[in-house]
Design a protein around this ligand. Structure first.
Ligand code: IMP
Ligand code: MG
Length: 176
């Protein structure tokens, strides 16, 4: 049986808040005079979404999607399934997808295409974390909080078997 243990604090709540303020300001400048929709990807993006949205000074609304990717955890098939779709009409709208982490990039790559096919005027990506070493498709988030090494991250929305999302900081999982 595998027993997991968490590492030490990698990124503090304070650092995340400061970063959210920076990115929120940047988004507010980049979209000045426009109205945007933040699309949060359930469930991992929830705490990060809450930080970001409070720092945006534009007219904006939020909506959520839930997705899952098929295939074994170690080798994603690249097929993404939508478990919960948007409730907002996104035709002609400027969207920012808010994610917890970009790893292989499969999820965001799929979502970007999907939202554009639904008629969004523009789709940008905002992720709390970026794990570049995991990348399998060529995708780059427009707004990134922090870059992390290729290890399994938990906390601040990120889970292992649905646990640890409530940690108020970012850490990693150590298995023994
Ligand atoms: P991607 O499609 O491979 O980029 O994976 C995106 C999703 O995989 C994220 O939204 C997370 O739910 C999950 N994921 C990837 N890496 C990690 C990690 O280190 N910890 C927790 N979840 C992860
Ligand atoms: Mg996720």
């Amino acid at each position: 049986m595998t027993k997991e243990a968490i590492g030490t604090v990698l990124i503090t709540e304070e650092q995340i808040r400061e970063k959210a303020a920076e990115i929120g300001k940047q988004i507010s400048e980049d979209y000045a005079g426009k109205e945007i929709i933040l699309v949060g990807i359930l469930r991992g993006a929830v705490p990060w979404m809450a930080e970001i949205m409070k720092r945006i000074t534009l007219d904006m609304t939020i909506d959520f999607m839930a997705v899952s990717s098929y295939g074994a955890a170690t080798k994603s098939s690249g097929v993404v399934k939508i478990n919960k779709d948007l409730e907002t009409d996104i035709e002609g709208k400027d969207l920012i997808i808010v994610e917890d982490i970009v790893d292989s990039g499969v999820t965001l790559n799929y979502l970007e295409g999907y939202l554009k096919s639904r008629g969004a005027a523009s789709v940008k990506l905002c992720s709390l974390l970026d794990k570049p070493e995991g990348r399998r498709v060529d995708i780059k988030a427009d707004y990134v909080g922090f870059t992390v090494d290729d290890r399994f991250i938990v906390g601040y929305g990120l889970d292992y078997a649905q646990k640890y999302r409530n940690l108020p900081y970012i850490t990693w999982l150590e298995s023994e």
